[in-house]
Design a protein around this ligand. Sequence first.
Ligand SMILES: [Zn+2]
Length: 65
Amino acid sequence: MTDAGAEPTGKRCIYPGCERPAVPAHPLGGPQPSFCGLEEHNALTAHQERQRRARERAELGGTES
Ligand SMILES: [Zn+2]
């Protein structure tokens, strides 16, 4: 499978379930952020969402293949 993204960077938001492209790196340098432009998508909320999903999955019996 070829992952030919339209964006030159190809990096996506790592927030669970978010499919937006990550915001581009700062023109003056620095690493590209791992999140899209949504204010509520950041390292903290992504971590909380991952935990919430894990808890939900556990409560459902973990029947997700
Ligand atoms: Zn996002």
